[in-house]
Design a protein around this ligand. Structure first.
Ligand code: CO6
Length: 478
């Protein structure tokens, strides 16, 4: 089975790092890109050369070598680092087979073959930087149709391929479908989606398409696959052995870290203030214990504190919408959706996907979505959509043991909160008795150009109000 796993990591928050899973599943790519080929050699073996250029039914035996070039990935990406090769010189590849994985400062992308053929040359070693438009591999192709199409393309633009930026139709990003959707079996889907469905033995008619006229998009198919594989969560790989450095090591800042470097440098321009408080989570601890089994039964996943905290945050944001706003030049955009970004730890680093439209979700739905995001992070399958569109950030470092933090705002957002570990600590109750309470420290950062400290304090109090007495949330749940 073809291996089409796609890894996309967008630096979408204050902290993120690359996940580079070495184990590949047989799931389809979320963003497989077929680089544009250029004919660099053509060897027609028969006298039907010209005929085969015109008539696809000709049985001519073309053999040519195409240079697979790095397509325009979009988002202004100019260069990528080659992370991993899935093929070697001499390997036979088929359409949609993985060729290599590349990493830009915004995304990691699996490049897949567009042709059947044999790899005759690799242009880069792992770790090398390739520019958009550069050849990645040469593939000797023998398909008459391929050769015919390529010959025609080549003859039209023999020298300009490397410079020509690819149009969206020539690449297949996860969120963009080819316009060449076809109707067959009464299900609307593109050929790429049909191919992917077929490769995974999935009947497209079972999937509810969210595209125009009910068209099944690649995202729909991937979600369907995600849902059907929820139970098969591979365990994270063991932590790498720590080997002390014998001497200084120089490493270029690149990939995801480069994006973090850039955005955190930009964040320096934000005059941020900090605000900290502690919340008594004793009742929340009880409630979670009480509901864990129920949730496990309902969604087949775990219930941590986060779904409650995320929902309560949304309720508090509804009261203080300026904290869910974004700065756009001289304007402040109050975002209607509460897309709450969450720092998600993975074996290879940290990513920040967001739970979308939290204002419309139940706590159960948030729990299910969090489970999905966490699992997708572990399996290298977070989509660009998962990673984009956050309007407010939360970072829960408590599961790792921290208590206090100074989170850095990710522009254009205006606030971020960091949650510390819930600890059993002695505190005075209302009757001045020392009691055992489950305390969580929360650290906020706000953009002081548009957020006042008092607003942050009121917002934090609102959240505290819900988390310390979770039953009160019920009054506001739709
Ligand atoms: N206190 C105590 N226990 C906790 C806490 C806190 N704050 N958070 C989670 N947990 C418990 C949780 O309830 C689970 O308990 P059991 O159900 O009894 O097993 C357990 O820890 C594991 O929870 P898990 O992490 O799997 O799930 P959760 O929904 O709480 O968190 C997550 C999801 C994606 C946020 C989390 O897995 C994660 O990746 N956290 C790390 C994020 C991180 O690295 N943040 C630091 C970013 S850097 O913020 C930063 C300001 C700068 C320094």
């Amino acid at each position: 089975m073809q291996r089409l796993q796609r890894s996309v990591f967008q630096r979408s928050s204050f902290i993120a790092a690359t996940i580079r899973h070495k184990s590949r599943s047989s799931l389809p790519s979320r963003c497989s890109i077929h680089p544009k080929p250029t004919i660099i050699k053509q060897q027609p073996k028969t006298l039907f050369h010209n005929i085969s250029r015109t008539f696809y039914t000709s049985r001519s035996a073309w053999e040519s070598t195409v240079a697979f070039k790095l397509s325009d990935i979009g988002e202004g990406i100019k260069e990528v680092e080659v992370l991993e090769w899935y093929v070697n010189v001499g390997d036979t590849v088929e359409q949609f087979d993985n060729i290599c994985e590349v990493q830009s400062d915004k995304a990691s992308v699996t490049i897949t073959s567009r042709y059947d053929g044999v790899i005759t040359k690799q242009y880069y070693a792992v770790g090398d930087i390739a520019q958009v438009g550069d050849a990645l591999v040469d593939i000797k192709v023998e398909s008459e149709e391929t050769a015919t199409e390529d010959a025609a393309e080549s003859s039209q633009e023999p020298t300009q391929d490397s410079a020509e930026p690819l149009t969206p139709e020539k690449i297949i990003p996860s969120s963009v479908e080819s316009p060449a959707a076809v109707t067959s079996d009464k299900v609307l889907a593109t050929p790429a989606v049909r191919h992917m469905a077929k490769s995974n033995n999935i009947n497209l008619s079972l999937i509810q398409g969210t595209g125009k006229d009910g068209r099944v998009l690649k995202e729909d198919l991937l979600q369907h696959i995600d849902e059907s594989t929820t139970s098969a969560v591979p365990k994270p790989p063991p932590s790498p052995k720590v080997v002390p450095l014998a001497e200084d090591k120089i490493e270029p800042i690149k990939g995801i870290r480069k994006a973090m470097f850039t955005s955190m440098t930009a964040a320096l321009a934000i005059p941020a203030f900090g605000y900290n408080d502690e919340y008594d989570m004793t009742r929340m601890v009880e409630l979670r214990k009480h509901l864990k089994k129920e949730v496990k039964h309902a969604i087949g996943g775990k219930l941590s504190f986060m779904p409650f905290i995320v929902k309560a945050t949304s309720l508090a944001l509804a009261k203080y919408p300026i904290l869910n706003s974004q700065i756009d030049g001289q304007n402040l955009i109050y975002k209607a959706d509460h897309n709450i970004s969450l720092a998600v730890d993975t074996p290879d680093g940290l990513l920040v996907p967001s739970v979308k439209q939290v204002q419309n979700l139940t706590i159960l739905e948030i729990a299910a979505e969090l489970n999905r995001l966490q699992e997708a992070g572990l399996n290298n399958r977070l989509s660009p959509n998962d990673l984009a569109g956050g309007t407010f950030s939360l970072s829960n470092v408590g599961n790792l043991g921290g208590t206090y933090m100074r989170p850095v705002i990710f522009p254009p957002q205006v606030a971020i909160g960091a949650l510390g570990r819930i600890q059993a600590l002695p505190r005075f109750d209302h009757h001045d008795n020392v009691t055992k309470q489950h305390i969580m420290c929360v650290s906020w950062s706000g953009d002081h150009r548009v957020i006042e400290g008092a607003t942050m304090a009121r917002f934090s109090n609102e959240l505290k109000h819900y988390l310390e007495d979770p039953g009160k949330m019920l009054l506001h749940l739709k």
